[in-house]
Ligand binder design. Structure first.
Ligand SMILES: CCCCCCCCCC(=O)SCCNC(=O)CCNC(=O)[C@H](O)C(C)(C)COP(=O)(O)OP(=O)(O)OC[C@H]1O[C@@H](n2cnc3c(N)ncnc32)[C@H](O)[C@@H]1OP(=O)(O)O
Length: 253
């Protein structure tokens, strides 16, 4: 059995750094090595009791035509077919998205003893499709760039008919935070600086792009733009500073 929070923190940290469990589109790990030669199964319970996380980054019936078009555009570049007919990984990668990332990162009933069992990722906690944050994030490792296709639902209203500034900030934090974690492992937002340039119509689909500006020791600096899908209108621009942390700090161990 897992004996201490520190042990769990080390495992989580390894998961982050390998970018396996958090960012893998495959099934969550079924076993966690506990020491030489021992593996304890954490989620390999017999059906129907096994936990099947829902990947919120996959299309659902609420996605409009523009959301679908852009999803297909980037998703089609996640895999390319060579002249010889072989399938190869393309320049983009879709990041799966769960409402309890840490739980699914280790597949753990054990982790829920350390983290509140009712906790849910803020942007994924409204289950009604299309009501709030519908989004999918793609990363381009070579270009150190990240793109999010975001459809803003009716529960995100701020000014009448338009998206709330806090919801926009939330999405900027989520996208740049995900990008920083992809590049640098476990991080926390230290600073976000946001300029709102033009309002985003409620229900519309926009692009959120995050680019790496620089890495300096524990600091990852990113910049971010929210634009209309054809790029002609700038809605929001931001910069973010993310600091690498140890997972032990998050868990207080
Ligand atoms: C897979 C799912 C992905 C979901 C993505 C969601 C992403 C969401 C991310 C978040 O929302 S995180 C939640 C919001 N952030 C916080 O609550 C963070 C609160 N602040 C802290 O916990 C600490 O201040 C922090 C970890 C950010 C830094 O504390 P540390 O003790 O690790 O660092 P320290 O204060 O020693 O500073 C280290 C360096 O960073 C600099 N620094 C720290 N905070 C800064 C700041 N705010 N602005 C500029 N520089 C800053 C600091 O000056 C120093 O520079 P030097 O090394 O050059 O001297």
């Amino acid at each position: 059995m897992i004996r201490s929070g520190a042990q769990m923190a080390r495992r989580l940290s390894a998961g982050f750094l390998s970018r396996g469990p958090l960012f893998s589109a495959g099934a969550p790990a079924a076993g966690v090595p506990l020491g030489p030669g021992t593996v304890r199964t954490m989620v390999a319970l017999p059906w129907p009791f096994s936990s099947q996380p829902r990947d919120f980054s996959l299309p659902n019936s609420s996605w409009g035509s523009e959301m679908m078009r852009l999803y297909e555009h980037y998703n089609s570049q996640c895999e390319v077919v060579t002249e010889a007919g072989e399938r190869q990984r393309g320049p983009w990668r879709r990041l799966p998205s769960y409402n309890r990332s840490l739980k699914y990162a280790t597949g753990g009933v054990y982790l829920s003893k350390l983290i509140q069992s009712k906790a849910r990722l803020f942007t994924r906690n409204i289950r009604a499709p299309g009501a709030a944050f519908e989004y999918v994030v793609f990363v381009n490792k070579e270009e150190q760039r990240c793109v999010c296709v975001f459809q803003a639902g009716h529960l995100l209203e701020g000014p009448p008919g338009h998206v709330h500034g806090g919801a926009i900030a939330t999405m900027i934090d989520a996208v740049t935070g995900t990008h920083a974690a992809y590049l640098s492992g476990p991080v926390m937002t230290a600073n976000l600086n946001i300029n709102y340039r033009s309002p985003i119509p409620l229900g519309s689909t926009v692009l959120i792009e995050s680019c790496l500006d620089k890495n300096e020791g524990r600091k990852t600096f990113l910049s971010c733009k929210v634009t209309s899908t054809d790029g002609s209108k700038l809605h929001t621009e931001a910069t973010g500073l993310f600091l690498s942390i140890t997972v032990g700090k998050l868990l207080g161990v």
